[in-house]
Design a protein around this ligand. Structure first.
Ligand SMILES: Cc1cc2nc3c(=O)[nH]c(=O)nc-3n(C[C@H](O)[C@H](O)[C@H](O)COP(=O)(O)OP(=O)(O)OC[C@H]3O[C@@H](n4cnc5c(N)ncnc54)[C@H](O)[C@@H]3O)c2cc1C
Length: 426
């Protein structure tokens, strides 16, 4: 019997990880990517908890370690760039974090998430490349660029899709891994509503590259400005830093340009941040000069009673359970591994495989997606008093050392199942 033919839509993090494990298990895998090449835009992304043993199983841990941003931590600064709270992360247990005055304030263990900086911080483009290269090394995995799915027809035994190139192809299984605004999800769930399942958090983030200045390393610096505005500059490499602009409200001027050109999006942001102070002028100038720019409406995806699959079609990563708590990449890696593993367990019964995938992962996803209501608005307040209060809170946390309370979201524990990926192809 020939290996099952599996089609994946989207060559991002979830798509390439799923393709890697299915390819390793001997399935015939085709990945369609809408972009003409691998889409490597984006800034630093985090990986935590169960993502770590998965990258070890893929044999890419060293490649990832070489590419981490080496960010030492985060400093919160005021208008004059004076840091009032610094939260560092340890490096393999050898580095005991010190604050600006040299006070030891944390005992750090190997690769533990101790502050706002995650265990692994890596540029999205680097991670995409590493996963793509690993998956593409299997002769039974094929990536096709500049192509997407325009229609899906299903029978009980197969899926026939039409591509943007006008070709019709038949597969055994279809997987949507095409991100937050997944078109394939719409086709699978048969809805024309492109906003269906998107729960906006009334917050916007723009990620982009800017020329590096000496003060950008080794720590990220974050600055709150009145009007629900936050600017962050993070280390990237010797030449370039990452700029972030956050707006913590449902800003009509951004919603208006959400689907418009990059130039229009940048112009709207430049206007919003023109009087924000600190290094805003430099950050805006850098933003205007880069092509590496991405504006996101911060939201989560919850498919609710619909589940993460329908018949022979399933969804993975942001397409199924986008999270805004900084856990999206970990969920995409974990989801890709689990989905491939469950397909391997029940290769002739996709519906059984998809049910097991969701049953085993849904509780964990729910925890990872949960965050206090109004989280972005709490940390990026509107008023002068609010900014004073959040700065005072950070200062108190810094001096008391209780960073675990305020530090970024920490992934809960997950018992990762083992799957015999190598057995089927032996
Ligand atoms: C350009 C870009 C920049 C990003 N930058 C950041 C960042 O700086 N920080 C951060 O925390 N998160 C960022 N993200 C989101 C982050 O990558 C995801 O939240 C997380 O890694 C989960 O990944 P995913 O594979 O599910 O989705 P994604 O990483 O979004 O990957 C989806 C892939 O599907 C492709 N695609 C989309 N539509 C179609 C279609 N119809 N047919 C075929 N392919 C399609 C996309 O081009 C992309 O390659 C970015 C995402 C993108 C696409």
């Amino acid at each position: 019997m020939p290996p099952q033919k599996i089609l994946i839509s989207g060559a991002g993090i979830a798509g390439s990880v799923t393709a890697y494990f299915l390819g390793r298990a001997g399935f015939s895998v085709t990945v369609l990517e809408r972009n003409p090449a691998l889409r490597t835009a984006g800034q630093g992304i985090d990986m935590e908890g169960p993502a770590i043993p998965i990258i070890q199983k893929m044999g890419v841990e060293e490649l990832i370690n070489e590419k981490t941003t080496k960010e030492k931590g985060v400093a919160f600064v005021d208008e004059s760039n004076i840091s009032f709270a610094t939260f560092d992360v340890g490096d393999k247990g050898t580095d005991i974090g010190k604050n600006g005055s040299g006070r030891v304030w944390l005992s750090l263990a190997d690769k533990k998430h101790t502050g706002f900086t995650s265990a692994i911080e890596i540029m999205r483009g680097d991670l995409c490349n590493i996963f793509y290269t690993a998956a593409n090394a299997f002769p039974n995995v094929k990536f096709i660029f500049n192509t997407s799915i325009t229609s899906v027809q299903r029978t009980s035994s197969s899926i026939t899709i039409t591509t943007s190139a006008g070709k019709q192809e038949t597969y055994d299984i279809l997987i949507a891994a095409d991100g937050f605004r997944s078109k394939t999800r719409q086709l699978i769930l048969e809805t024309n509503d492109s906003e269906a399942f998107i729960q906006s958090q009334n917050c916007w983030v723009a990620y982009f590259s800017i020329p590096r200045k000496p003060q950008d390393f080794p720590r990220s610096r974050g600055y709150n400005a009145v009007g629900g505005r936050f600017i962050m500059i993070r280390p990237k490499d010797d030449q370039v830093s990452s700029g972030y602009l956050v707006v913590s409200k449902d800003e009509p001027s951004l919603r208006k340009v959400q689907r418009k050109s990059m130039a229009e999006q940048k112009a709207a942001l430049a206007e919003l941040f023109a009087d924000a102070g600190w290094e805003a002028t430099r950050v805006i100038a850098g933003m205007k000069d880069t092509e590496d720019f991405y504006l996101q409406d911060v939201a989560k995806i919850q498919l609710g009673g619909r589940g993460w699959s329908k018949g022979r079609c399933a969804m993975v990563g942001d397409a199924a359970y986008c999270s805004f708590t900084g856990t999206g990449t970990t969920l995409a890696i974990l989801g890709g591994y689990m989905l491939a593993g469950e397909i391997l367990q029940s290769p002739d019964q996709p519906e059984v495989a998809f049910k097991a995938y969701e049953d085993k992962l849904a509780g964990y996803v729910k925890k990872a997606q949960s965050a206090p209501t109004g989280g972005p608005q709490l940390f990026v307040p509107q008023t002068r008093l609010g900014v004073w209060m959040i700065r005072t809170l950070f200062w108190l946390v810094y001096w008391s050392g209780i960073t675990r309370w305020v530090g970024g979201f920490k992934m809960p524990k997950f018992d990762l199942p083992e799957y015999p990926f190598d057995r089927r192809s032996e």
